[in-house]
Design a protein around this ligand. Sequence first.
Ligand code: GLU
Length: 483
Amino acid sequence: MTPRVRIAPSPTGNLHIGTARTAIFNWLFARHHWGQFILRIEDTDLERSRPEYTENIKSGLTWLGLNWDEGPFLQTQRFDLYCQGIQTLLDKGFAYRCYCTPEELEKMREEQKANNQAPRYDNRHRHLTEAECQKFESEGKKPVIRFIIDDNREIVWNDLIRNKVTWRGKDLGGDMAITRIPQLEGESFGQPLYNLAVVVDDLDMKITHVIRGEDHIANTAKQILLYEALGKTVPDFAHTPLILNQEGGKLSKRDGASSIDDFRKMGFLPDALANYIMLLGWTPPDSTKEIFTLSEAAKEFSLERVNKAGAKFDWGKLDWINSQYLHQIPASELVELAFPYWKEAGYEVNLESDRPWLEQLAALIVPSLTRLTDVIKESRLLFGNTLSYSNEALEQLRKEGVKDIIQAVVDNLANYPQLSEDNVKEIIRQVTVDFKIKKGLIMRSLRAGLMGELHGPDLIKSWFLLHQKGWDIIRLKESLSQI
Ligand code: GLU
């Protein structure tokens, strides 16, 4: 049987990088084995779940290039199935009704705390008689359903990343609530809770491998007991390491970005981000190779090569990978990606009529780009007919003889109604000869006059771009007035 895996995010926030990494590992695993990748939205927490987060998760996964084979399944639409599971556990004697009120539970916790004990439910209603239950009911108390956890059990599984994991039943917090208190009159039990819903779903969806973050390890121990109680085969488990910040803590918004949307807005390309994320914990067989598309990585992916230790987030490496992808992008495509940024920066360009010009511009700046957002900084000197001058540029312009040089260039330009890059070179050569000056002087002076700064993209190409808009003459004349 081919593997069936899933990503099961809770829509209580935008798609987080940790969830995206889990999704990528599941996707790679599924694609490597020609299996199925399923999307399940775990929206049982009605207070915190929002449809817009579900949309954000779906669009974020799609943007990264992760397509799912089944779903999205919404847990809120599957309550009947969970109720059947709960009823089975009750019928088999693996679960019972507990009438403890939230106040009683709180008191229990306080006492445990005062005695330096770990908080746990003390299983006090595990053996209620039918008459005792009736009494609570007649007092108007509503029960939660609890699943019996044997304190003496050792739960052991062979984790596909962490090898043998052992968990003691007594460390699982006592008999586990698998429902909330019923809210509606006549309901036999309240809303199903996370661990129960996950197990029922994973069974129903025939999930063979549960690959998820190591923060779920204690849940896995509980879930294995649920599988056993339901008399079903336990899937394989693989717990991925956490993504850590530079200080070794969990990566959060405070580290600069944490949701996939944040990274998109910062100018990372989806393929590059997916590439970087897959390397957070996975070491490819040839560890010197770092650039992988998702499909390339799928061919080589295995859980054996996922590390146990936490994966440190490294902005420098993400930038490097992003630049590798950006530098490969053809100018025609870069124009599409850069256009919104140019627009936002207020540059007056038209995607249709300016396309050839924009493509030349894109080709000129692409080697300098690390993030897509850099298109603004790298192209800002090439838009418009007005300039502001850096002090360095003004100094250059005011050097002796520079005014005449620029004037000569302006005069020469009049001879070329249709200027080519070669003509530009010819004008520079001519002025160099006429004034008997070094080429460096004219280049620096022209850069100051044309760009207002002494550093920037290739001067000849920049000039040629400005010329097509008629901005070179205007700028050079303006620079003369600064001298
Ligand atoms: N809904 C859980 C979460 O967002 C994931 C559950 C699972 O993968 O089993 O953390």
